[in-house]
Write a protein that binds this ligand. Structure first.
Ligand code: AMP
Length: 417
């Protein structure tokens, strides 16, 4: 016997039972975001590696160790997308969307790939629903996106949500702050985790994300970027907070929130669920005013969010509704003509019924059991001399002419409804 093959480590199959819940979330996201003027975009699953190196940042965990990169056979490096914002900004610049009325509001529902240590809630292929508003500096676009993500999470019943909010200011403030933070880290280098110490020069802000006890102590006294904002950035942040107050969305200002991507400026935010274990991040995002320009496009402000679909479902108290049961099962008794049964099936579907026919050669008793498992309300039983329509709830059966079976079934279902 051949060895039974398995899906790669850290990936999962979306089985039919789970697909219904995921579809329900996708449907809610689409309704919510499109009603707010966001239009769907889908970019390729792989991009030039340089897009992420430039867009997300060479020193980030994602780019330095989590990307699936490969040679395209012609000496060019491609990468399975680890995130969605850089590709959307690439598409915005490539298609001249800056010439359209601004802001351009886009949303996506797509798979992403990161070579992470697999565990509950952390996968190597996962899905995100995301939204981006490009071409507006207005704090109302930051607030709108946060409120939309909050609404979506509430709608799906995500439990024990918390919203952390901060501002990373402008690149200049950040560069100055970086020096200040590096000085603090160097002064306490002996208490830091080795990986944090090694990254003092390249990515000092990541020290805030460490769960190493010594590092956490050092970081508790570290200077905070949110306390060093310039006047305009501070005012922008204050306005975002005022708009969230107007919307009635609660948040905690948290100066330790830095997020793992280099492109953020000003607002950053993250929703976590205390109902999840170690991987508590459900979704987050922020403003990235320099990103489109860094990718060769015109200077364009932007803000967006991305939320993990699997994490959203893990955080939800009840899984969204499963698929609707079928309405009519077409059964074949002894002597039934297969072609006739097939015709009844097709007629029923044309009439708009959810219908299935026996395909496994079961006895009539077995077929009725199967119809029951499928939740069928009615069963059309075709025999050698005629047909019957059976009501599964009452077990009543009445003779019906095979030609009119679909119409009779439709009538019955309407009466019963
Ligand atoms: P990030 O772009 O890292 O901020 O991720 C945004 C959201 O995507 C997170 O809050 C998670 O919900 C989800 N996410 C990120 N990485 C993974 C992963 N490896 N597996 C599952 N979900 C993830």
């Amino acid at each position: 016997m051949s060895e039974r093959l398995q899906a790669p480590r850290g990936t999962f199959d979306v089985l039919p039972d789970q697909a219904a819940a995921r579809d329900a979330v996708a449907h809610q996201a689409q309704e919510l975001l499109e009603a707010a003027g966001y239009r769907r975009i889908e970019t390729p699953a792989f991009e030039p590696t340089e897009l992420f190196a430039r867009g997300v940042g060479e020193a980030t965990d994602i780019v330095s160790k989590e990307m699936y990169s490969f040679d395209d056979g012609g000496g060019r490096s491609l990468t399975l997308r680890p995130e969605g914002t850089a590709p959307v900004c690439r598409a915005y610049a490539q298609h001249g969307m800056h010439k359209e009325p601004q802001p351009v509001k886009l949303w996506y529902w797509s798979p992403f790939f990161r070579r992470e240590r697999a565990q509950a809630g952390r996968y190597r292929q996962f899905w995100q629903v995301g939204a981006e508003a490009l071409g507006s500096e207005d704090p109302a676009s930051d607030a709108e996106l946060i409120v939309l993500l909050h609404t979506l999470l509430e709608q799906i019943g995500a439990r024990e949500l918390r919203l952390r909010l901060s501002s990373l200011g402008s690149p200049t403030t950040r560069a100055e702050y970086r020096g200040e933070l590096q000085a603090h880290l160097r002064a306490h280098a002996d208490r830091l985790a080795q990986d944090v110490r090694e990254r003092i020069e390249v990515n000092p802000l990541r020290a805030f994300d460490s769960d190493h006890p010594g590092t956490r102590e050092v970081m508790a006294d570290a200077p905070r970027l949110v306390d060093r904002l310039g006047d305009q950035d501070a005012e922008h942040f204050a306005q975002v907070r005022r708009l969230l107050d107007v919307a009635g969305v609660a948040y905690e200002v948290d100066g330790t929130l830095v997020r793992g991507l280099d492109y953020y400026t000003r607002t950053v935010f993250e929703f976590t669920s205390d109902a999840l274990g170690a991987q508590s991040g459900v979704g987050g995002g922020g403003r990235y005013d320099g990103l489109v320009e860094a990718l060769g496009g015109p200077a364009t402000p932007g803000v967006g969010f991305a939320a993990g679909v699997e994490r959203m479902l893990l955080a939800a108290s009840e899984q969204p509704a499963a698929a609707a049961p079928i309405e009519l099962f077409v059964a074949l008794d002894e002597g039934a003509v297969r072609e006739r049964a097939f015709e009844v099936l097709l007629e029923a579907r044309r009439a708009g019924l959810r219908a299935e026919m026996e395909l496994a050669g079961r006895s009539l008793k077995g077929q009725l059991k199967q119809a029951d498992r499928l939740g069928a309300r009615l069963v059309a039983i075709l025999g050698a001399d005629g047909a019957q329509l059976r009501d599964m709830a009452s077990s009543e059966q009445e003779p019906v002419e095979a030609r009119t079976l679909a119409a009779a079934a439709l009538r019955r279902l309407r009466e019963g409804a």
